[in-house]
Design a protein around this ligand. Structure first.
Ligand SMILES: Nc1ncnc2c1ncn2[C@@H]1O[C@H](COP(=O)(O)OP(=O)(O)OP(=O)(O)O)[C@@H](O)[C@H]1O
Ligand SMILES: [Mg+2]
Length: 308
């Protein structure tokens, strides 16, 4: 087993991979069960009539409590669309037209607006690619980090602040006791991304959707932030849907990987098996791209990646 895969640290599932999409057995400790999800949008091409486009075709995914499922695929594959749907959300113009998203044994798509409000921030949180866009520049970091915890009544203000400082420490933020007093523009991009992870963890949700949380950062910062997120996921035991286009990144955090292409689930399996023995041609191409990138790197040990 490669060095980085060893970092998965016993989170791996020893069962053999079952590659057929949708043919993944239900498990007793199921947290999220997406069944036959179909998502559509209307597009308006110039000088043509509006037409319907299917963004996600009949995708089924499952995630157990405390596990990490990596969602990987090229740009436009539908990763963010599925990540947002797992919180019951569709971006403007996007409609969830079929299937179920069962979280904690409830279909969240049938819960109505108030059900969604109760769910978001308490059972599921979202960490976006751009932390800067997710923070209000007018409020201090601490007030924003503890907001969801207070809103959902998961503790007192003092308790939420203590938990936030613990999370700042876990995420290796500098001056963890005081950094919460700063405004968003007073920390670096990598630090803000970690604060956003602390914000997601502060209300102790069951699930966090990480949507390319390190992609906007420079390579060195990516490594640190990825390691901090990976450790925080492991220490808190939160389940995560980890979205990325980079197989090497997902190899470091995920127990299982689901590969998407053109809105379809094309392969799913335990991380090591997908990486060492991909079943589909497209997954093989993703793996070999990383292998080429690795071979072309002139430094001895790749900062983010796995060895073959
Ligand atoms: N509101 C919308 N209306 C029409 N099409 C949309 C809308 N939002 C997304 N799409 C299309 O849905 C497809 C999936 O988009 P999505 O953002 O889920 O991709 P992604 O896999 O997250 O890509 P990336 O890695 O670039 O973030 C894309 O083809 C995109 O153009
Ligand atoms: Mg995306």
């Amino acid at each position: 087993m490669s060095k980085e895969l060893a970092l998965l640290d016993g989170r791996d599932d020893p069962k053999p991979s079952e590659r057929a999409p949708g043919n993944w057995p239900e498990k007793p400790d199921m947290l999220l069960n997406i069944r036959n999800l179909r998502i559509e949008a209307t597009v308006y091409p110039p000088r043509e009539s509006p037409r319907n486009m299917i963004l996600v075709h009949d995708v089924s995914l499952t995630l157990e409590r405390g596990k990490v499922l990596g969602l990987i695929g090229e740009s436009g594959a539908g990763k963010s669309t599925i990540g947002l749907a797992s919180m019951g959300y569709g971006r403007g113009g996007v409609r969830i037209t079929g299937g179920e998203v069962v979280l904690n044994d409830r279909d969240i798509l049938t819960g109505g607006a108030s059900g969604m409000r109760r769910l978001r921030g308490r059972e599921v949180c979202y960490v976006a690619q751009s932390a800067a866009a997710a923070f209000n520049p007018a409020y201090r970091l601490m007030d924003q980090v503890i907001e969801a915890a207070l809103l959902h009544g998961t503790g007192t203000r003092a308790e939420a602040k203590i938990r936030a400082v613990e999370l700042f420490k876990k995420l290796n933020l500098p001056d963890p006791e005081n950094i919460g007093r700063r405004f968003p523009h007073q920390v670096s991009g990598g630090q803000l991304q970690r604060v956003m992870t602390a914000m997601a963890l502060c209300s102790s949700p069951d699930l966090i959707v990480f949507d390319e949380p390190t992609t906007a950062l420079d390579v060195t910062t990516q490594i640190d932030v990825l390691a901090a997120i990976r450790d925080a996921i492991r220490d808190t035991g939160v389940a995560a849907l980890y979205i990325t286009h980079d197989l090497a990144v997902v190899a470091q955090v995920a127990n299982e990987i689901a590969v998407l292409r053109h809105g379809k689930l094309i392969e799913r399996g335990v991380t090591q098996q997908i990486i060492n023995n991909p079943g589909e041609q497209y997954t093989r191409a993703l793996v070999s791209v990383r292998r080429i990138a690795h071979e072309q790197r002139d430094c001895d040990s790749p900062p983010v990646g796995y060895q073959y």
